[in-house]
Design a protein around this ligand. Sequence first.
Ligand code: ASP
Length: 313
Amino acid sequence: MADPPRHLLAIEGLQPPPITALLDLAESYVLLNRSGQTARDLLRGRTLINLFFEDSTRTRTSFELAGKRLGADVINMAVASSSVNKGETLLDTAATLNAMHCDLLVVRHNQSGAPNLLAQKVDAAVINAGDGTHEHPTQALLDALTIRRRTGRIAGLVVAICGDIVHSRVARSNIHLLTTLGARVRVVGPPTLIPAAIERLGVAVFHDMAEGLAGADVVMMLRLQRERMIGGLVPSAREYFRFWGLDAAKLAKAAPAAIVMHPGPMNRGIEIDSLVADDPARSVIREQVEMGVAVRMAVLDTLARARPKLRND
Ligand code: ASP
């Protein structure tokens, strides 16, 4: 049997069995969380450091809660006011973290590949919490768990991922995960926001919402990531909403029971209409947040089990 993975840096390259195992374990954590119980013995004595070089509310809080519910000592390193601003390199940061005997390191960075580099230098298990435009593996896992719980399966579903694909690590991780588990993935958006040759990842490309959404079981909207855009890739926000924003009329093209997802934070009135985002019959956006905690508990648990404890207190 293959060795358990040391880190979670990307979905690309994972086979169905470890993905399904994480989803199954997360399922048990959904039940635990809903019961109000915790499992504080599991990570007792382990240190989890949240190292976020980019802003985050949802993901950081979710990892913090996940670590605490499993009994870890959770530290949030405030990078904005830390030594990184004094010019310390990523590798110096790694040496510092090793000296602190950190067991689990959750990293978000605006450069693709930064968590990978850290993983080569730190003793801790590294979890990528989003790197540049590369990957956001726990987001894809929580999305898959949400879809599986709502529809009962992933294989064979038609999933339309819409909007700013080119800047989206969420899209990339989801494409890898959903195609690996047998979903039929479409990417839908203007040509300026769809990477060249993305078909090689096994997706179908659509430049029209009505066509891209036709019969889809899952409609996943993405945030327009203006902070990553160089130059004007989109017209005005109003124009964008008119052609690419999800409203009731566009959603009517999807399958009658199609669910609506968004990783957050949402730009209401730009990529999604509030009436759709807040429609409890279609939107699973809040459930995604709930699944996020359970999935992160499963990831922390799995990675911690696969490695010896660094300290005994
Ligand atoms: N929260 C997600 C991310 O960090 C999606 C987004 O920011 O639009 O990638």
